[in-house]
Design a protein around this ligand. Structure first.
Ligand code: TXA
Ligand code: MG
Length: 316
């Protein structure tokens, strides 16, 4: 049996999705970054079903999605620096890892029993309407089998998880195309745990220089698996031409078989990255060779995803 697909702009579809979530079911919802697989954060059984549907290791905690700062306050303590980040960037592609409140209505399985919770308010009307209709935080990892390329269309979701979930809300293509940046805030110290759809520069304008994950005292992000975002084909980085058996993913002047952004625009490249990897996979490449991508702005997150896509697959 495969999941029902309904338009995310339809109010009755949102109501139906909310009922499914309240009953412990799983719904794929569009966000501005990638599609998320939503489940009720407070329902341990729903969260267990969600880990199972994705084949995701349960030590890898999930992001609780909220409809706004008020809902976030039910879950976490919000130090002034985190509030400034929320005021500036929410709703948007910034996840904050903050100290968990003792009475937080969240299953231990959802945050892997940690004393912190990752929270985010998505900049997508349908996602926020759904969370509001459920009236509870909703956990939502990217709606793909664990380790695979994240979905940026409803069809991507259907192809990967269609027979394991109850409903897919179709909101078209995701605008940003890369997962949120994940930043841990402890007092006045902010640490970048995962580069993402909000560039480091923008965050640092509020926080000052970010600590990097892995530096002394910086908390680790347990879910940063080395091999991740992997297409079926192998991936070779910093390529200027295709070798036999390869298809070339171009950028800027390196045309390639498919080009992430002929005008060299990193925002456009980010939005196209995951679809492009799927497309070249579907064309039957043994190896996807990828042109060099500059490291500034969203290039940091693009290169992070590409390095993981290229990592040896047995390191998961
Ligand atoms: O854009 C996004 O963030 C998407 C959309 C659907 O919202 N969601 C997403 O979720 O990318 P997921 O589960 O694929 O990634 C969550 C990341 C993982 O790297 C996880 O380890 C980290 O956030 N994380 C979650 N809770 C954490 C915590 N308490 N401490 C440190 N890292 C945490
Ligand atoms: Mg993911």
């Amino acid at each position: 049996m495969s999941a029902t697909l309904l338009p995310a702009s339809d109010k009755t579809a949102i109501q139906r999705a909310a009922e499914i979530l309240r009953a412990g079911g799983l719904v794929a919802m569009p966000t501005e970054t990638v599609y998320g697989l939503a489940g009720d954060a407070g329902n341990g059984e729903a969260v267990a079903r969600l880990y199972a549907a994705k084949g995701r290791p349960s030590f890898n905690p999930l992001i609780a999605h909220v409809s706004g700062i008020e809902m976030a306050e039910r879950l976490v303590d919000i130090p002034p620096l985190a509030r400034r980040l929320m005021d500036e960037f929410w709703p948007g592609p910034l996840t904050l890892v903050l100290p968990k409140r003792q009475d937080a209505p969240i299953s231990d399985l959802a945050n892997a029993g940690l004393d912190t919770i990752a929270i985010r308010c998505p900049n997508h009307d349908a996602a926020r309407a759904l969370i509001q209709a459920v009236d509870r935080p909703v956990v939502a990892p990217s709606a793909n089998p664990s380790g695979a390329v994240s979905p940026t269309t409803a069809n991507h979701v259907a192809a990967g998880l269609g027979n394991r979930i109850d409903l897919i809300l179709d909101g078209g293509e995701c605008r940003v195309g890369l997962e949120s940046a994940v930043v841990a805030v402890a007092g006045e110290v902010a640490t970048l745990l995962r580069p993402g759809g909000l560039a480091r520069d923008s965050i640092e304008a509020i926080t000052g220089p970010l600590q990097n994950a892995g530096e002394s005292d910086a908390p680790a992000s347990p879910g940063m698996l080395k091999s991740h975002y992997a297409p079926g084909a192998a991936v070779r980085l910093n390529a200027t031409e295709a070798r036999p058996g390869e298809l070339l993913l171009g950028f800027g002047d390196i045309a390639g078989d498919l080009n992430l952004s002929p005008r060299g625009d990193l925002t456009e490249a980010a939005a196209r990255l995951f679809s492009a990897l799927r497309e070249l996979d579907a064309r039957g490449a043994d190896t996807i060779a990828v042109a060099p991508i500059p490291g500034h702005g969203l290039g940091e997150a693009i290169n992070d995803r590409l390095r993981r896509a290229a990592a040896p697959r047995d390191t998961q």
